[in-house]
Write a protein that binds this ligand. Structure first.
Ligand SMILES: C[S@@+](CC[C@H](N)C(=O)[O-])C[C@H]1O[C@@H](n2cnc3c(N)ncnc32)[C@H](O)[C@@H]1O
Length: 281
């Protein structure tokens, strides 16, 4: 598999295999870091008790469960995701938390035949940047929403505003067997970094009253947690998993040496720089 193929595979097949498995292993860390973003999205999207909400790219379901709790037993929050491993964890959590109103479907949100007008609101925390055809996906989501319903999602601003996401790749680049692919606007974590692109996608797919505002969240973490984020979960993860053991060891040492500089009083004071995007269907 070439590097280009690897990046392309950040779509359904990636998330249903290695991406999903790696996320399941680190879900507690990810949920802790991403909690303030989830809280902002869920609070903004909440249509009130008894209503029906769709959580797109719900992963292991943290935001689905939070929204389901708010909606109460008469409502429902449906999480949709392409990742079997992440949905297994989401279902286990819903059962453990006794939230039958949290439901999950394994499907590609870009073209799944949702019942038209079935939802009062649609939300997503970092689950909408992986569509191969974003215009088609957001048109499909709009059909699933009642007219006048709200769309609320969080996506990442660019690498320059999230510098810790780039350092591992920069440090690793000279040690890898091939240069890593340059960041592009294909499916991936930073696909919606450009607010004009997001506005264009939403405009073309029929959304109105589009608002895109910065959302910054403190995401403090330990050095060891930053290493997990850098070597397994970030853009370097899939690349490193395809290198041999000796290269992985060299990259790990180099990244560790560089990232130690980021520790202040025993903690890495990371901030997540995101967009909060809202629109009306
Ligand atoms: C960065 S994770 C975010 C997961 C979760 N929302 C959270 O905040 O923990 C992106 C999620 O989007 C899902 N995803 C990617 N493409 C998708 C698609 N076309 N349809 C549905 N889910 C998708 C992935 O499987 C993954 O669970």
């Amino acid at each position: 598999m070439t590097r280009q193929d690897t990046r392309t595979a950040m779509t359904a097949s990636f998330w249903n295999a290695e991406g999903g498995e790696v996320w399941v292993r680190s879900q507690d860390l990810l949920d802790r870091l991403n909690a303030p973003i989830g809280e902002a999205v869920v609070a903004r999207a909440d249509p009130g008790p008894g209503k029906r909400v769709l959580d797109v790219g719900c992963g292991a379901g943290a935001t689905t469960l939070d929204m389901a709790r708010r909606l109460g037993p008469a409502g429902s929050c449906v999480g949709v995701d392409v990742s079997g491993p992440l949905l297994n964890l989401a279902r286990q959590r819903a059962e453990a938390q006794d939230l039958p109103q949290a439901q999950f479907i394994e499907a590609d949100a870009q073209d799944h035949a949702f019942e038209a007008g079935a939802f009062d609101a649609i939300l997503s925390r970092f689950g909408v940047m992986f569509f191969p055809d974003p215009d088609a996906a957001f048109a499909n989501l709009r059909r699933a929403l009642k007219p006048g319903g709200a769309l609320v999602f969080a996506c990442w601003r660019g690498p320059a505003e999230n510098p810790l996401s780039q350092i591992p790749l920069q440090v690793a680049a000279p040690l890898l067997s091939e240069p890593p692919p340059p960041p592009g606007d294909g499916p991936g974590r930073f696909a919606f970094a450009d607010p004009d692109r997001v506005r264009g996608v939403l405009d073309r797919s029929g959304w109105r009253d589009i608002a895109i505002t910065p959302l910054d969240a403190p995401m403090p973490l330990s050095f060891d947690e930053l290493m997990v984020l850098s070597l397994e979960l970030g853009s370097l993860g899939p690349i490193l998993r395809r290198e041999d053991e000796a290269t992985r060891a060299r990259v790990t040492d180099a990244v560790a040496e560089r990232l130690r500089d980021e520790v202040r009083d025993g903690v890495v004071p990371m901030t997540g720089a995101c967009w909060l995007v809202t629109a009306v269907g």
